[in-house]
Design a protein around this ligand. Structure first.
Ligand code: PRX
Length: 635
């Protein structure tokens, strides 16, 4: 069941200019792809050799216990070594690492030297509070420079971080704290969004009540409103950073290549979010290589990944890979339309952004306001544009290319996942493009589109997207749940040993790949990933709801919107008031992104004889389409 159904315009080509190809870090995709295919291990060794290691590996890939692959076995490193320590001994200490702009107009810049010092200070603070190598630290913050400092400080002391997106509500936060068993939580008093304060600390207070494992809360002051500070548990970041213990030098923990760097929770097919585990070694090698080649990062670039650090896009391509490459990264705190719909274009012009990377939903959102807003600003610094998170519809692609890229900038459509750590299917700047296609796999990656038995499907036919070989930044496991790791990703094609992505895709007559959408119970709403089961269990946690089913239906702006069907408990009747109450309940329990566009009250739900809800039938009904094969329907 693919979510989106546009017809790919497979014959529409956009070719990069000769100058673009000539100047690119990788001018010949085919040659490099072939090289990597001939000897993948030698290929990755070359990439790993570009980074610093305390000690090199004994073995490149250990595949003796599939699917628990290990990379650079025996190698000793630390993300902080490559992202910070190695730069401050060179001229790069003076280069800007981060340029930050608050939604209220406040501006902060951090050189590599300053970022290194702040990270060291905070690493010392965390150590002084008893955080040790291996302890999990939860981070629940807005888009402020301190989120990068917090992540880097955790990496430096070897404490895996679990960043929870600031748009999640208390139940979502509490369950993630609980799963990771974090004793320390780092947050902000609030975050600015559309001129209003998102009260992060209030949410933390409730989450910590629900998940009492947290002993210490560190609070960055951003919005300045009155908040509750519980003595003995809550500490201001700025107070701690002013203590003598917060020295600007700190030892970097020597980590095994396979030691965990972070856990990042993402939605799966059950209500319980999965903690995707990434490690220090392979993840560095893969993210740095992909960013350098795909977005052609040069010393003088100003790179702006406009995602949130709380998602994998932000982990890999706001914080870690740009810093490993010694690049200058832009972070903007707020909404693209605040105070006016040209805020982003203003930022591009103000900072001379050369590469912009965002999501189709944001492009569609800005497209609505017309061309006059971008036309007011000088966008001539841009040389590459990127997109991620969901399929980009060709109309949005063309607008992005013509209006923002002024027909000069290739559109780099990157397909990947929290689990993959980095870009998997993507053009390089030297590759010919087709609007809506992520083109071809990154060198070192082999993908295919197959049917349920593993046989390749024909040209332009839909099938399951699989990855056929291991890669350095692949998910290592689901935190604390190896069985789920196997059943989710490896069981379906166990005999072949392929990774199941969970997406439907097709390949056209030119070998170009088109990702159509998820084919499991995962939804993409405005590029955010949500499990139908998460929304359903949120609804059922309301006392009026006995049972519920949730589906995604296509939406022009958001990609998909959520429709919910609820069976109410005996004696309760559906009403507009109850619908509004349930929406508020979901906002509170899961977060604003999970609020259904529509809730329908029903007497029963279509189920198979084994009791599984047939979402396909609900979806067909919602879209006014034929209901299809109903032979397995119970009633
Ligand atoms: O369905 C695919 C979609 O996003 C899913 C992964 O979501 P998440 O783990 O949140 O990571 C998003 C950012 C890397 C995929 O299974 N997806 C991501 N990028 C694309 C995409 N679908 C189509 N085209 C893309 N470029």
């Amino acid at each position: 069941m693919a979510e989106q159904g546009f017809t790919p315009p497979t014959s529409e080509w956009y070719r990069p200019s000769a100058d673009m190809i000539k100047g690119a870090n990788v001018p010949d995709y085919d040659a490099v792809y072939d090289l990597a295919r001939q000897d993948p291990e030698a290929f990755w060794v070359k990439r790993a050799d570009e980074l610093d290691w305390y000690q090199k590996w004994d073995q490149v890939l250990d595949d003796s216990n599939k699917p628990f692959y290990k990379w650079f076995v025996g190698g000793k490193t630390n993300m902080a070594l490559n992202a910070l320590d190695r730069h401050v001994t060179t001229w790069r200490r003076n280069k800007l690492a981060i340029i930050w702009e608050g939604e209220d107009g406040e501006k902060i810049t951090l050189s590599y030297w300053r970022l290194w010092q702040e990270t060291n200070k905070f690493a010392n603070v965390l150590r002084s509070m008893g955080v040790k190598k291996g302890d999990r630290v939860t981070i629940y913050m807005g888009r402020v420079p301190e989120i990068a400092i917090a992540m880097l400080a955790c990496a430096k002391i070897g404490a895996p971080h679990s960043v929870v997106y600031g748009g999640f509500s208390e139940q979502a936060l509490a369950s993630r704290i609980d799963d990771a068993q974090s004793k320390v939580l780092i947050t902000c008093d609030g975050a600015w969004l559309r001129g209003k304060i998102v009260p992060l600390k209030d949410t933390v207070d409730e989450a910590v009540t629900r998940s009492p494992v947290v002993e210490t809360v560190i609070v960055v002051k951003r919005t300045g409103q009155e908040i509750n500070m519980q003595a003995g548990r809550d500490y201001w970041y700025h107070d701690l950073m002013a203590l003598p213990i917060a020295k600007p030098q700190a030892d970097t923990e020597v980590m095994d290549a396979e030691d965990p760097l972070f856990i990042l929770y993402t939605s799966g097919t059950t209500g319980k979010p999965k903690g995707v585990l990434h490690t220090h070694g392979g993840y560095q090698v893969y993210t740095a290589t992909t960013l350098k080649w795909v977005f052609d990062i040069k010393e003088e670039d100003r790179w702006w990944c406009a995602a949130d650090p709380g998602w994998i896009t932000g982990h890999s391509y706001i914080v870690y890979a740009p810093l490993i490459l010694g690049a200058t990264s832009i972070i903007y705190e707020g909404a693209p339309t605040y105070p006016y719909p040209d805020r982003w274009w203003q930022i591009v012009a103000d900072y001379g952004v050369t590469i912009l990377y965002t999501a189709p939903t944001a492009i569609r959102g800005l497209m609505r306001f017309g061309e006059a807003w971008p036309a007011r600003h000088d966008l001539s610094s841009l040389r590459l544009l990127g997109t991620v998170g969901e399929p980009i519809n060709p109309e949005a692609w063309r607008w992005y290319h013509r209006v923002i890229g002024e027909e000069r900038c290739p559109i780099i459509d990157t397909w990947w996942q929290t689990e993959t750590g980095g870009f998997m299917i993507t053009p390089l700047p030297s590759v010919d493009l087709k609007p809506g296609s992520a083109t071809r796999p990154f060198p070192g990656i082999e993908v295919d589109i197959v049917d349920d038995d593993g046989a390749p499907v024909g040209t332009n036919e839909d099938g399951n997207l699989v990855i056929k070989n291991p890669w350095p930044s692949m998910i290592r496991t689901v935190y604390g749940d190896d069985d789920r790791f196997i059943s989710q990703y490896w069981e379906k094609y166990r005999d072949q040993g392929w990774y199941l992505a969970g997406d439907t895709a097709r390949r056209d007559e030119d070998g170009y790949l088109w990702v159509i959408g998820r084919n499991d119970d995962v939804l993409k709403v405005s590029g955010y990933r949500l499990g139908t089961a998460e929304v359903e269990s949120g609804l059922v946690s309301h006392s009026a709801v006995a049972e519920s089913a949730v589906i995604g239906v296509p939406d022009e702006l958001r990609g998909n919107k959520i429709f919910a069907y609820c069976i109410l408990v005996e004696g309760v009747d559906g009403s507009d008031v109850l619908e509004a109450e349930l929406k508020a309940h979901i906002r509170h329990e899961v977060g604003p992104i999970a609020v259904p566009a529509q809730i329908e009250f029903v007497d029963n739900l279509p189920k198979t004889r084994s009791g599984k809800i047939m979402r396909r039938v609900l979806k067909a009904k919602a879209l006014g389409q034929p209901l299809g094969d109903l032979s397995t329907l119970e009633d």
